[in-house]
Design a protein around this ligand. Sequence first.
Ligand SMILES: [Cu+2]
Length: 495
Amino acid sequence: MNRRSFLRTASLSALAASLVPGAPVLASGLTPANAHLASRQPAPGTADYTLRIATGVLELAPEKFVSTTLYNGDFPGPLLRFQEGRPVTIDIFNDTGHDEQVNWHGQQLPASVDGADEERTPPVSAHGHKRETFTPTPSGLRMYHSLVRAGSDLSRGLYTGLAGPVFIEPQHDPGAYDREVFLTLKEFLPYFTRVDDDTPFMAPGGMELPLVTIAANSDPGAGQVPPGYELAYGAFAINGKSLGSGEPIRVKRGERILLHVVNASATENRSLALPGHGFKVVALDGNPVPRPVTVPVLWLGAAERVSAIVEMDHPGVWVLGDLADADRAGGMGIVVEYAGATGKPGWQAPPRFQWDYRLFADPSRKPERPDEVIDLLITARQSAAHGFDLYAINGVPYDWGSMPVTCKLKLGRRYRLRLRNASGDIHPLHFLRHTLELTRVHGFATAGVLKDVVLVPPFQTTEVDFTADQPGLAVFCCHMQQHMDFGFMALFETV
Ligand SMILES: [Cu+2]
C-alpha cells in the first residue's frame, strides 16, 4: 500500500469511526496514546503560514468574552495573502479533540487539499498536524473555514470562529483605490429557536406555482409538526469586535477605500450600509464583475464576498452597519471616522433598494449554450430530522454513511445546473472547487457574473453554468451549516 492510498484508507476509516460512537480509530493510524506526540513532530522546512486550531476566548466588547474555537487564538483567522500561481505551504495544527477540515473556499484546488471529508481530503486529525502545499488560484477575495458536520453541536463547524479571509493577488491589478480594508462578518453565541427570520431581500419576481405544488406534495405533513430549528445568535461582530468596541476605520476625505467584505456566518444573510456613501461593487466572491455599479446597500448570503470601492466624500463619524436594527444594536457594525470629525457615530437607514445580481452583469451578453443541463430539485420536510428540517436534492437527503457520488461529469464539458427551489427558504448554494456563471435569475437570462455561492430564492428557478475542469470529487451544497448538515448536499465526480 503506498502512502497516498494508506492516507485515503486511514481517513475513510476515521470517518467511519466517527460515525460509530466510541470507536478509537485515528486518521494517523496510531493509537490514541501515542498519536498526540507523534503527530506533533514538525515537518522539515518552513511553512509560509501556520494555522493553529484551538478553543479560546474572544473579547467582543469590554467585559464581554465568548468561548469558541479559533485560528491562532483570534477572529478572524489571519489574513492570508497569496500570489496567484505561486505555491504556498501551510502548517495546520489541531489542538482540539475532533478531526478538522480547513476548506479553501472559492479556490480551484485538488480534492486532496480542498478540505472536505466527502471529497476524501485527509483531515487535520484531532491533536494532530498537517502540512498542505498548493498553488493558489484564481485571484481575488477567497476565504478559509472549518468544513465539518456540526449537526446539533453548536461548538463545531461554521458555528465556531473558524474562518478567515484569503486574498490572492492578481497578476495585474487595476488599483483604482488608495487602500484596502478587510471586514469579516460573524455572529457568536449561537442558539436554536423556531422563529424563521430569513430576510426576503431579493426581488421576489413571482413564485413559480409548479414549485409551490411540488413543495406541498413532498411534505404533506408540514404544518402538523412544529417548525424545524432555526439559528439565532446572542452576539454580532465585524472583525471580532461588536459595534463601537473595536478601532474605527479611520479615513480622510477624498480617499478611496476598497472594502473586502466576507460573510463568515454559519447561517445568516447580511447587509451593510454606510450613511451618505455608496458602494461601487467591483467584484463578487472575488471575481471582477462585468459592470461595476454603485449601490446604497451590500447584501451577502452566508459565505458570499463583495469587494467594493467607497469614495470618502461625506465627512463625519458614521456607522457602517447591518440594516437589521436588532443585529446592528447587537454589534453587527463598525465605526467609520473621518480625520478631524468627532461625536457619536451616526446611522440612518439607506434608501429602499433591491439587491439583484443582474445589476452587475453585462446586459449585452447572452449565456452560451451548455453541453448538458442537470436538474437539481430542492425539497424540505419540516422537522423530519430530530426536530431539524430535512433537505433533499432530487428526493434524496445526502447519506454520510456511504458518501456516494451523486453525479458523474465529463472533463471539459460545459454544464448548466437548473436549481429548482421547492422549499420556502433562500439558500446560498455553493459548488466547491468550481466557478459558477449565473445564467438565469428571477426568470431572466443573464451572463458574465461569476460566483462560487449563489443565493437561490424560494420557489424560483436559478440557473448557473460551469465547466467541469477539475478532475475528481467536488461537493455541491447549501452553505448554511444546518441545511448542509441535514441532507442538503450532493457529490459530483469529474472523470
Ligand atoms: Cu440552505
